[in-house]
Every structure is written in structure tokens, then in C-alpha cells.
Design a protein around this ligand. Structure first.
Ligand code: SF4
Length: 283
């Protein structure tokens, strides 16, 4: 695997606060992407009262080549999870909560109702907390996306992840146009809802392809975009082609604002929930 350049090196010192968050999540049997992905930004995010909860179990029905999530037989949906997420958010005093999940193609509603219930429970217990959902593509099914929009989250996020020409090798069970359709449908269902998406760089995409993806997202009605560096979780995952220089991320940030995005987070360590509250507050 390629040697990390200096701008990718983060010293993550374990702090009492990180451990407190971890034990609290365990006490509610909750998963976070933060822990599952060993995210380098945990300290900063938890410090700014933001965290990302992963509902619907740890096992995904898809096999994206960049993702560290496993694909063993999916787990039973935990009925108490919506309330537990809401209680954990209250105990952590979070200002912004992101709710995401693995893809559950095995469920009749693909988990849409569980997203709905989770947002409703969070809102009941934490009226001051802004809520962002980061959903799978629900196979582009309008009725399922509509159910999540009905819960009225503050931000509806769905990641496009990479450029169209790399889908087959990076996200073989997903579809580029279908992911754009998710964003378009959210705006069609509720034009006032803030939409968001994210892309990883360093998988061999060209600059023109990245700019085309930004244009496609904006055209679909996407308001916020995150642009970050792909980090290869292990030798089993798709090969990292290159580390993109921070200056290039800055260039994409400027281009994204020119294209019309309302908020952009673009730098090597950016993840889809990184500075999520900050981006949302820019809208
Ligand atoms: S659908 Fe999401 S959780 Fe599942 S493998 Fe792909 S990126 Fe990972």
C-alpha cells in the first residue's frame, strides 16, 4: 500500500472523552461509522458535538470495493434502536447528529421505516439537535425516499462516492444515475429540504470527471458537497491510485462554489459527516 504523505498523517491521541463516548455507545448497543471506520476525525467531531450513528446493523448486503463494512448475513433490525440513538444523543449533548446505515436490500422497505422512526425519536428527545440522514440508494424507489423525507430531517445526504466511469470497479451493485436520482427525488418531494452528497478522490478519476460529477450533482439539486481522499482500508480493498494534494482539493472547492453549491467541504481528511454542522449552518 502507498506511503501516506505528510498531509495525511494524523496523530489521534486517545482521550478520556473518546472513551466516554465509546462506552456510552456500547451501553446502548449502538454502532457509529466513526468507530467502525476508525475515522481520523473522531476527536474533532466528538469535540464539536457531532457524531454519526450507523443503524440497521453492521452487515451490508452490498460489496463496495472501497468500504470497510462487512457483508455477512444481515442482522435482525433492533426495534429499540431509534429510542437508543435518541437517548445517546441526549446524553452526549450533540448539536448535530448524522444517522446512516448499511444497505439492506434484504428488507421489504430496505430500512426506510427505521430511518423514519429514528429521526422522529431524536426530534422528540432532542428538539435543539439538527439531524442529517445519510441513506443508501433505496434502489431509487420514490416511496421509500418519500418515507424518510416525511420524517423531515434537516439534511438529506446520499453519497455519489466516485465518478461514473469507475462505478463498475468501485461500487458494482450501485448505479451512478440512480444515486443522482435519489438527490433529485428528495428535492422533488420537498424542494425546501437541504440535500448533500460526497465523493472520494484518489481512485484514478480525472479532473474533468470530478468536475462533471460536481455539475451532475448540482443539476440534480444537491446543495452541499464533501470531497475527501480515499483511504485504502486493507490490501483486500480497491487499490489507492494516488494521494491528491491539498491544493487540488482547494481548486475543487473553488470550482464547486462556482458551479453553485451552497456549502463545500473539500480537503484530504474530509468525510461525509466531517464538519457536517458547519456545512449545514452555511445554508
Ligand atoms: S453500500 Fe455502503 S455500507 Fe454497504 S458496502 Fe457499500 S459503502 Fe459500504
Amino acid at each position: 500500500m502507498k506511503r501516506k504523505p505528510e498531509w495525511m498523517r494524523v496523530r489521534l491521541s486517545s482521550t478520556a472523552h473518546l472513551n466516554k463516548v465509546k462506552s456510552l455507545l456500547e451501553s446502548y448497543q449502538l454502532n457509529t461509522v466513526c468507530e467502525a471506520a476508525n475515522c481520523p476525525n473522531r476527536l474533532e467531531c466528538f469535540g464539536s458535538k457531532t457524531a454519526t450513528f450507523m443503524i440497521l446493523g453492521k452487515e451490508c448486503t452490498r460489496h463496495c470495493k472501497f468500504c470497510n463494512v462487512t457483508s455477512n448475513p444481515p442482522e435482525e433490525v433492533m426495534k429499540t434502536e431509534p429510542k437508543n440513538v435518541a437517548k445517546a444523543i441526549a446524553e452526549l449533548g450533540l448539536k448535530h447528529a448524522v444517522v446512516t446505515s448499511v444497505t439492506r436490500d434484504d428488507l421489504i422497505d430496505e430500512g426506510a421505516e427505521h430511518f423514519y422512526q429514528t429521526v422522529v425519536e431524536i426530534r422528540k428527545l432532542n428538539p435543539e439537535t439538527s439531524i442529517e440522514v445519510l441513506t443508501p440508494d433505496f434502489n431509487g424507489r420514490r416511496s421509500l425516499i418519500n418515507r424518510v423525507v416525511e420524517a423531515n430531517p434537516d439534511v438529506y445526504n446520499h453519497n455519489i462516492e466516485t465518478v461514473k466511469s469507475l462505478y463498475e470497479s468501485v461500487r458494482p451493485e450501485a448505479d451512478y444515475d440512480q444515486s443522482l436520482e435519489v438527490i433529485r427525488l428528495v428535492k422533488d418531494i420537498n424542494p425546501n429540504m437541504t440535500t448533500k452528497s460526497g465523493i472520494m478522490l484518489g481512485l484514478g478519476e480525472t479532473e474533468d470527471q470530478v468536475i462533471q460529477t460536481l455539475k451532475d450533482l448540482r443539476h440534480a439539486g444537491c446543495d452541499i458537497v464533501t470531497i475527501g481522499q480515499y483511504m485504502q482500508p486493507s490490501k483486500k480493498h480497491i487499490e489507492l491510485v494516488e494521494y491528491i494534494h491539498p491544493d487540488t482539493f482547494k481548486k475543487y472547492e473553488d470550482i464547486a462554489y462556482e458551479i453553485g453549491f451552497l456549502a463545500v467541504a473539500s480537503s484530504p481528511l474530509v468525510r461525509s459527516s466531517y464538519k457536517a454542522l458547519e456545512s449545514y449552518q452555511k445554508i
